[in-house]
Design a protein around this ligand. Sequence first.
Ligand code: SF4
Ligand code: SF4
Length: 161
Amino acid sequence: MNSEQILALTDTCVKCGLCLPHCPTYRKAVQEADSPRGRIAIVQGLLNEQIPNTYSLNRRLSRCLECHACEAVCPSKVPVTHIIDATRAILTARQPRYKRSLRYLLLNLAVRPAILLPLVRYYQHSWLRLWIQRSGILKFLQLDHADNLLPEYPIREIRGG
Ligand code: SF4
Ligand code: SF4
């Protein structure tokens, strides 16, 4: 789906707000940007290049749980999750090549635990983690949230103890 097609879908939203009380992320954050209507407005702003593509706005889109609760109550049948997915695909395609390559590498590692787990253990218990966290690289690559979600592995497991 291209930008024009996505924008045509966003135009079906009449901004009535009926979906807001049904959206779990809106109920938790109580912020328009974390609601279905707010996410549609973000998509319109980004694809029309009226607002800059920032880390913070990307987070608002990626926080969508894809639960479809908004779509179930929407009188206009706006396909909110489809709009968000298609927009994120476009935004990813617009990223610089090195960022896409790194994401591809990490996704491939994620399905290979035999390789990934020793690397994670080493990362967690070496100087590397502190250095990377302080360098700001994680935030730049939008991986700081993923870093916070990493389960902690005991150091003895590195040595197989
Ligand atoms: S997504 Fe549907 S329910 Fe939500 S504001 Fe738009 S038209 Fe209304
Ligand atoms: S699909 Fe996303 S925007 Fe819609 S109700 Fe669920 S979390 Fe909210």
